[in-house]
Design a protein around this ligand. Sequence first.
Ligand code: XIL
Length: 312
Amino acid sequence: QSTLHELASAQGRFFGSATDNSELPDAAYAALLGTEFGQITPANSMKWDATEPQQGVFTFGQGDAITDFAQAHGQSVRGHTLVWHSQLPGWVAALPPAQVEAAMKNHITEVAGHYRGTVDAWDVVNEPFNEDGTFRTSPFHTATGSDYIATALRAAHAADPDAELYLNDYNIDGLGAKSDAMYRLASELIADGVPLDGIGIQGHLAVQYGFPGGMQQNLQRFADLGLDVAFTELDVRIPLPADAAELATQTSYYQRVVEACLAVERCVGITVWDYTDKYSWVPAAFPGQGAATLYDENLRPKPVYDAVREAL
Ligand code: XIL
């Protein structure tokens, strides 16, 4: 039978998965990753703490292992992420604010420059907003206010003119204060001629919080700005143990995300934040929750996998 990526490709979209270096020696895991998915995102190995642990000291070995895997399997790569307040080495936060912009530009120049030709799209800035739509505090925001976002996009474009440049965040799946803020920011950047190609919607959903309202309308308003949109980190977590009603809710959430994406021409694809419960980040990040992915801990496709296939 055809793969998730083949089904998505038939509709002009990609279907991808996050992965991590520690998972690749698992041969059964790697075999599925390399065949079922047409796109991969390194969950950790291109982040700042992994690529520039000390100022001016760049380490690309782990990230290169991901791009090598992608190349060997004909997959595209989403680079994740150049500028983020989290997984940021201590030396950045310790810099005097007057030195942060130069350090940020240098980081982007080196990392996006190294991956030029192997990374197809970058999450240039990750999670810039608070839930109420105000800008999140970070060393970057403290240094230059929200101007750091345009500066980062321009530096990424200079380092890799062919990469698609995205802003990425969570809880911007539907209409609301946070997605309104992203919409305003994107509108302003476009008006200012800043290179921006798309908005990444992480898609970390939870059955107990309900399905985001106005998802298709939200995707469409970004598309109407001339931007691509992508679901970049989709998973749907459940308080454990999952009961039948929760599993049914989860299935409908996955299907509704696929349907919303397919309904919007500029929705270019969907990436799940790893495809198996064996390696999902959810149980560690949200204790007591899990069962969030398409495959179980033994790498067997779950009923929700078939439901996603049907929606594609
Ligand atoms: C997560 C990784 O999956 C974990 O392995 C790591 O410990 C923490 O970060 N939003 C993001 C991702 O943009 O970078 C996060 O990845 C999950 C939430």
